[in-house]
Design a protein around this ligand. Structure first.
Ligand code: AMP
Ligand code: ZN
Length: 111
């Protein structure tokens, strides 16, 4: 838990949010300002600033994030039509919330 981190507050329930999925490692919720018909954020519970800060100990977290993204794409019915997964890394990479999160975007096209 990092003070003044919005996503830590969401993860800890200090700021309420509707989780589409939650397990011991991560939560999934909809982006508040969606840039695609389906726009989810997959967010680890552990505060990690960005991809740059990952350590060997975080390998399981990263693989879980990707596996859950795949499952969420299916649940949101964008698996077949296709989707984008991406991490923005630091300011120059478009990151504005400095708590690691994977964007899942899709739903523009029918399969
Ligand atoms: P990034 O630019 O990768 O740091 O993305 C941060 C994302 O978090 C943006 O797409 C925002 O729209 C989204 N966001 C900011 N505040 C909230 C919130 N309270 N709930 C859900 N998504 C949020
Ligand atoms: Zn945080």
């Amino acid at each position: 838990m990092e003070e003044d981190c919005l996503f830590c507050k969401i993860v800890n329930g200090e700021i309420s949010s509707d989780f589409l999925y939650e397990n011991d490692t991560l939560v999934v919720f909809r982006d508040i300002n969606p840039k695609a018909p389906v726009h989810l954020l997959i967010v680890p519970k552990k505060h990690i600033r960005s991809i740059n800060d990952l350590t060997k100990d975080d390998e399981k977290i990263v693989s879980e994030i990707i596996m859950v993204a795949k499952d969420m794409a299916k649940k949101e019915s964008v698996s077949e039509s296709g989707y984008k997964l991406f991490f923005n890394v630091e300011r120059g990479g478009g990151q504005i919330i400095f708590h690691l999160h994977l964007h899942l975007m899709g739903g523009w096209h029918q399969a």
